[in-house]
Design a protein around this ligand. Sequence first.
Ligand SMILES: [Zn+2]
Length: 110
Amino acid sequence: MPSPLPPAAAKSYIEQSADRFFYSNPDKLMDSPIVKVDDKFVPLYRIVWASDIPHFCGEPDCMHEGDYEIRLDVDDSLWTNAIERDEVVQALTRWCSDPRGEERGEEPGW
Ligand SMILES: [Zn+2]
């Protein structure tokens, strides 16, 4: 019968796991170049642009009438409401004005 982790070890494991997703520290979440759109966590560097006005194309079967488009660099888009769109724009603004973004020549490894 497996013995449960001692409380200290369990806590450490939880913190390590959470840290990978930037949850352990709200400040870290604010700083992280990841934003949540339509229940998906999106790295800011994948975003090409965010729509200023709600989508309207007149197609009768359009699924995104009134949604705000967040364009991604993979020829795809996410669709969201005005509140999340604003959060995306704010996150992009923070990220683009982050002095650490000035670092050059170091692409993140894939
Ligand atoms: Zn449409």
